[in-house]
Write a protein that binds this ligand. Structure first.
Ligand code: HEC
Length: 145
């Protein structure tokens, strides 16, 4: 019976990077999200995730989306929840991401923008493989098929 509890705890740790919680803070997953202040980097990520979700919806209706977030440039210097969440390989990943992001606006038609969008999602996943694996299943839902 005890092993079940251990498995559940293990899952909790695995997704920690998607739901950062300060040590000593309440472990309750209940109501009051505003008490769980996200880091600067996590806030940027949430906005980028929402933006990509919205863009996916627009592309799926056959329209072009506008991509003009200035937040992408803040990613490199933004403070993460824990210092170990970023490292020497972080900046090259962020630069690759910024370059992919630029491709969204050079796309000339919807098909081109879908390709650029999917490449961007790939660069989200690439960085997350190194630094923050918890949200990867959520990020993979952003691909436009
Ligand atoms: C250069 C590396 C890098 C790139 C590129 C990147 N991420 Fe992240 N992401 C991180 C790190 C590191 C964290 C953990 C941040 C923290 O907890 O402070 C994170 C956190 C997140 C989170 C969890 C935020 C939260 O609520 O705690 C989501 C969702 C996310 N990223 C989605 C994305 C999406 C979508 C993209 C692409 C549009 C993306 N990320 C691109 C490194 C990256």
């Amino acid at each position: 019976m005890k092993s079940k509890i251990i498995v559940l705890l293990g899952i909790g740790l695995f997704v920690a990077c998607s739901t950062p919680e300060k040590q000593g803070a309440t472990k309750s997953k209940g109501w009051q999200p505003e008490m769980d202040q996200p880091s600067e980097l996590a806030s940027i990520m949430r906005v980028l995730h929402d933006e990509a979700t919205e863009r996916k919806g627009i592309l799926e209706t056959g329209e072009m989306a506008v991509a003009n977030s200035q937040l992408i440039f803040k990613m490199i210097t933004a403070k993460p929840t824990e210092p170990h969440m970023v490292g020497p390989a972080f900046e090259p990943h962020a630069q690759a991401f910024i370059a992919s992001y630029g491709q969204l606006n050079t796309a000339e038609n919807v098909q081109g923008q879908i390709e650029a969008h999917n490449n961007l999602v790939k660069s989200c996943v690439a960085c997350h493989m190194n630094f923050c694996q918890g949200p990867i299943p959520r990020i993979e839902k952003l691909y436009v098929q």
